[in-house]
Design a binder for this molecule. Structure first.
Ligand code: ADP
Ligand code: MG
Length: 382
């Protein structure tokens, strides 16, 4: 099936990813309706319609189905069952499978392992006793993560010694997973897109720098060797192909020498792929729309070296003041999120340059102006 201009795309979830998907879809001639519980959510600022309702509200999902020619989601924590149900009455080419595979960290890791894709050693944990046993097996440092609902480092506790057990135990009795700490050289991610026709593309690998377990910056091209690049591409393609997935998947990895461990998956466009808007011949958002609408996928070629800086609540006010002084290779994005809370992703800046080093320098100058003098972009705190 092919969805064309003047037809309607329904998007479940109206955050910044929904907003950027909508902008891409609008420029291709589609109408867009968002379903999101928050009035004035980011995507509703640019979409044609907004159904204000909970993600699992069956009546509201039914209305979305009636008004849409194709439905997608920008968020993994929608009850998979609601999506399963919806796919019976609407055209939802991704189905619920990408959600089922990624909603639960333990099951996600098991799905990766089954395909022979390496992950950090892990143990499922539900009780304090199991936590102590798991720590005894994996040793310190380790990270306890909730299996469901975590993002931007939320729902995680790093255990460096026995003193951290009490804090970690607060995550229980939710399903959790204890992971061995990986002493990686750097973090990298890939965005893979597979269309309803089985056509598949990967975007250039991004090298990611996290601060406080949240993404600070993505640099493209990454420092990956050809071998590491091929390994990551093969993991992405194997996962999509084996599970016959449609849509977009982001794969976060730890790289240590030539070894790659997959950290986590996201069944949607991803923060580390925002650089594609200016950096590549097609953005991750347009590519996703193409994939679900049955269009041919576009070439994902990197136009020029690119650095993306995230702007958090504490940065965004200063960025608006900095605009007159920004270099002419800086592209500012603001998600119109309302209140600029500390740690909330409010926007990003992309720097395009002729060399990666120059793009990095421009980004570093802006970082310094924002007050991050302690951490240069090239370095990694872990
Ligand atoms: P989130 O869902 O919040 O993105 P992640 O599992 O991706 O959760 O963890 C966030 C960040 O924390 C990672 O990008 C990485 O920097 C760090 N981290 C997570 N797990 C590990 C690990 N096992 N070893 C080392 N660092 C880790
Ligand atoms: Mg992550």
């Amino acid at each position: 099936m092919m969805i064309q201009a003047y037809q309607t795309i329904g998007i479940i979830g109206g955050g910044q990813l929904g907003q950027m998907l909508t902008i891409a879809a609008k420029s291709m001639g589609f109408y867009v309706i968002i379903l999101d519980p928050t009035p004035n959510c980011c995507a509703s600022q640019v979409a044609d319609g907004h159904i204000v309702a909970a993600y699992a509200d069956e009546e509201a999902l039914g209305r979305l189905a009636q008004q849409s020619d194709v439905i997608t989601y920008e968020f993994e924590n929608i009850p998979a069952q609601a999506i399963e149900q919806l796919s019976k009455q609407a055209y939802l080419p991704q189905g619920a499978k990408p959600l089922a595979l990624t909603q639960h960290r333990l099951q996600e890791k098991q799905a990766l392992q089954t395909l022979g894709i390496p992950v950090a050693p892990f143990i499922g944990v539900q009780t304090q006793e199991q936590l102590l046993e798991a720590v005894a097996q994996l040793g310190y440092p380790a990270i306890l993560k909730t299996c469901r609902g975590g993002y931007d480092g939320k729902g995680q506790v790093v255990l460096r010694s026995e003193a951290d057990i009490v804090e970690a135990a607060k995550l229980l009795p939710n399903d959790c997973v204890l992971e061995a700490f990986v002493y990686f050289d750097y973090e990298a991610s890939i965005i893979v897109t597979r269309s309803v026709h089985g056509e598949m593309t990967t975007f250039p690998i991004a090298q990611n720098i996290h601060r406080n377990q949240t993404l600070a910056c993505s640099i493209v091209p990454s420092q990956c060797s050809k071998e590491v690049e091929q390994t990551i591409q093969a993991f992405a393609q194997t996962f999509m192909q084996t599970h016959n997935l449609v849509g977009t998947m982001a794969i976060e990895c730890f790289v240590s020498g030539e070894n790659v461990y997959v950290n986590e998956l996201a069944p949607r466009p991803h923060n580390s792929g925002h650089y594609t808007i200016e950096g590549c011949c097609v953005s991750q958002f347009e590519q996703h729309i193409r994939a679900i609408c049955g269009w041919p996928l576009a070439a994902t070629t990197l136009r020029q070296p690119t650095v993306m800086l995230n702007l958090y609540g504490e940065d965004i006010g200063r960025v608006h003041q900095l605009i007159p002084t920004l270099p002419n290779n800086a592209y500012v994005h603001c998600y119109q999120k309302g209140e600029a809370k500390q740690g909330r992703k409010m926007g990003h800046i992309t720097f395009i340059e002729t060399t990666q080093m120059n793009a990095q320098k421009s980004a570093e100058i802006v970082y310094n102006k924002l007050g991050y003098s302690d951490s240069s972009i090239g370095g990694n705190e872990k």
